[in-house]
Design a protein around this ligand. Structure first.
Ligand code: GLA
Length: 690
């Protein structure tokens, strides 16, 4: 809902529990007024007439107060917008008009031929912001930087910044530190979202898991990006973010051209980090994730079981066992196409390997379907191995610079998706693939960063950074529209491409190549700060963990760890004993029972994975599920009870595992004993309100 003051210069957007307000001064400056609890228009108007602090030499009264600081004039903050024309650099804009449409507010400004429109849209309590730039002039305009939004926080004592950092096989780990003066910059200059940071920050001054104010901002962009959190000289805090890492040139807008930034979403919540996460999850389930109401199936993925050694017979053997333990979707990973018998060849040649699949993929897909499962495949369309038919035919289709090395990583090069011929090739190949065999699922991978992002012959080659992502989005959107029954998974060497942009056009994401069930608890804890279990793929693989650390864990611990998201199995089932397969079947059956609560319920993080006991709780209607893990019991100390959340204190709850009846008030205040002991123990507890 948008309230507008009579003079048309103060705007108030409100969701069920929060408000956001801004004001245009008589001098034409667009100032931030409020972001926090729900307020009335009269409150916003009162804020609008509060005088700005006095103007001192060496400081700008605008800094830390503007909605979208442009470059130029009396401003010293990092600009959200930096443009250059043949005559000048910077922006001196004048307000033109505003309009609203449903929950969306648009404010239009102009600087000569450049029209700048700020967009605001309230979805639940999430404010979505983005900017659109239209070149209506006669000359080219270069966008050096065009952030999606700048967020302004209220004055508080001592802000703390939380972020999700990582690297390959160690993604989305939560870390927090006090904010100090200056800029804290996170981002990616790698061409994809990156394993190093999820594009999310949270700021609080005194919040705990379930109490206190938390401000969160998350960017929906799957290429290079930057979020800068600045504590200004007067301690005010602003957060600005958008596509691209550097300010050295994003796009050149020819007359008539436009740029629409990605969405930078912001959320205020006063229910602590848990409340903020639940609000982010609800927002994504309601507005971002396609078909979010649909359950995600239990999948099997062949990667850890067979790596590149893919033959139809072996896959069929795995498929039989997968079906027998209750798997619903069988995914053949890397190695089914071209000359792809290792990572040295074949990328780019998206036709089944004739030695391995002489009749194509259909016979295997049919077998999998006959076993009652869906069939999925792995692709990595944005890449090419130099040893491939595609590269031999089109060596100029990759990103490269004339006379410079073509840097190979994992023996592959990046295709220049900004080129229309490359886009057309990929569309034809992938469309034919999906039309040629009954494929229900595509795992879409991206296994190296940009390094030589050149485009010989193109007058403004750096546009390929933005245009690559636009082309990726367009390709996925077009494939989804043409093959509506096919689900997509976003993968990038594990969790290297997870952001609201890719989440809006894929059905789930591969969280990490790290399938060690203990490491995963920390990765999942971080992931859950922003994204819901509904998209978080988690596989049970073999023990000891061969690819990472040799750690041995029970099937129980592995399953309970993976049941916190979209359960998958990735172990070599042909090596599992009859007892293990029977146990796996019981866990898969149990998962299917709790799946609606896990995938669509509200998440409460009861205890973080910090060494001893950790647990999460999901709540949906009358059903509650608790997953608990004990890393190590020390000195024979009793394991603490888990205080549950979100229950009705006056109701009673039956524990399906023990048959015991618990009072809600007791579960909330005194807790529930999960019955764990020793090392690496885990359990699932189901409670139902009676
Ligand atoms: C990436 C993915 C893995 C697997 C391999 C295949 O590393 O994250 O799950 O698909 O590629 O090459």
């Amino acid at each position: 809902m948008t309230d507008i003051a009579e003079d048309g210069r103060t705007w108030l957007l409100s969701g069920p529990g929060s408000s956001y307000a801004l004001h245009l001064t008589d001098a034409g400056e667009l100032l931030h007024l409020h972001w926090g609890p729900r307020i009335a228009l009269a409150d916003a108007e009162a804020l609008a007439v509060r005088p700005l602090p006095g103007h001192r030499a060496f400081e700008s009264p605008l800094d830390g107060r503007e909605e979208y600081p442009v470059e130029g004039g009396p401003r010293f903050v990092r600009p959200a917008l930096s443009v250059r024309t043949p005559e000048r650099r910077g922006t001196e804009w004048a307000f033109e008009a505003y309009d609203t449409e449903g929950a969306e507010l648009r404010l239009r400004f102009r600087d000569a031929g450049l029209v700048i429109t700020l967009h605001y849209r309230m979805r639940g309590d999430v404010v979505e912001r983005w900017v659109r730039l239209d070149n209506r002039g006669e000359a080219h305009v270069e966008l050096l930087r065009a952030d999606a939004a700048t967020w302004t926080l209220p004055d508080r004592e001592g802000w703390r910044l939380s972020q999700l950092h990582g690297r390959w096989a160690a993604e989305s780990r939560l870390t927090s530190a006090p904010l100090t003066y200056g800029d804290k910059v996170i981002g990616s200059r790698r061409g994809h979202t990156g394993h190093q940071h999820l594009p999310w920050v949270a700021l609080d001054s005194d919040a705990t898991e379930e109490r206190g104010e938390v401000y969160g901002c998350a960017l929906g962009w799957s290429g290079s990006w930057r979020i800068a959190v600045a504590q200004l000289p007067d301690a005010r805090v602003q957060i600005t973010g958008g596509a691209g890492y550097d300010d050295s040139g994003l796009l050149m807008l020819a007359p008539g051209e436009s740029y629409t930034s990605p969405v930078f979403a912001g959320l205020w919540n006063d229910g602590g980090f848990g409340g903020a996460s639940r609000a982010w999850h609800a927002y994504q389930r309601a507005y971002v994730i396609p078909d979010a109401d649909r359950d995600r199936p239990v999948l099997f993925n062949s990667w850890e079981a067979t790596h590149f050694d893919i033959a139809q017979e072996r896959q069929t053997a795995l498929a039989r066992r997968a079906a027998a333990i209750g798997v619903e979707l069988f995914v053949v990973d890397d190695g089914w196409f071209g000359a792809r018998t290792s990572d040295r060849a074949g990328l780019g040649d998206w036709t089944p390997n004739p030695d391995r699949f002489p009749q194509g993929l259909k016979p295997l897909a049919d077998q999998v379907h006959a076993l009652g499962m869906q069939f999925g495949i792995w692709v990595e369309p944005e890449m090419v191995n130099p040893d491939s038919e595609l590269y031999r035919a089109h060596p100029d289709w990759v990103q490269y610079q004339t006379g410079r090395k073509r840097t190979e990583m994992r023996h592959q090069l990046v295709l220049n998706l900004a080129r229309e011929d490359v886009q057309e090739y990929l569309w034809e190949r992938l469309d034919a693939l999906l039309a040629g065999a009954p494929i229900d699922y595509v795992k879409w991978d991206f296994n190296r960063c940009f390094t030589d992002a050149g485009w010989p012959g193109e007058p403004y080659p750096q546009r390929l950074w933005v245009d690559h992502v636009r082309a990726l989005y367009a390709l996925v959107d077009r494939l989804r529209a043409a093959h509506p029954g096919v689900a997509f998974e976003s993968c990038s060497g594990g969790g290297g491409r997870i952001d609201l942009g890719i989440v809006s056009r894929t059905d789930q994401v591969w969280t990490s190549d790290n399938t060690d069930p203990l490491d995963r608890l920390a990765i999942q804890h971080g992931f859950s700060q922003i994204h819901p279990a509904r998209i978080m793929a988690a596989w049970v693989t073999d023990s000891p963990n061969t690819q990472l650390n040799g750690r041995a864990t029970s099937l129980r611990f592995r399953f309970v760890s993976s049941m916190a998201g979209v359960l998958g199995v990735g172990g070599d089932l042909t090596e599992w004993s009859e007892e293990e397969l029977a146990e796996a079947r019981r866990w898969v059956d149990l998962y299917k029972e709790i799946r609606p609560v896990v995938q669509h319920g509200e998440l409460y993080r009861l205890r973080p994975p910090e060494g001893g006991l950790s647990a999460v709780q999901y709540l949906r209607g009358d059903e509650t599920v608790v997953l608990a893990w004990l890393q190590a019991q020390r000195f024979g100390e009793p394991v603490p009870a888990l205080r549950l959340r979100g229950l009705d204190p006056s109701a009673s709850y039956e524990c399906r595992e023990t048959g015991e009846i618990h009072r809600g008030a007791v579960l909330l205040h005194h807790g529930l004993h999960a019955g764990l002991r020793g090392d690496l123990d885990a359990t699932v507890l189901r409670l139902r309100r009676i």
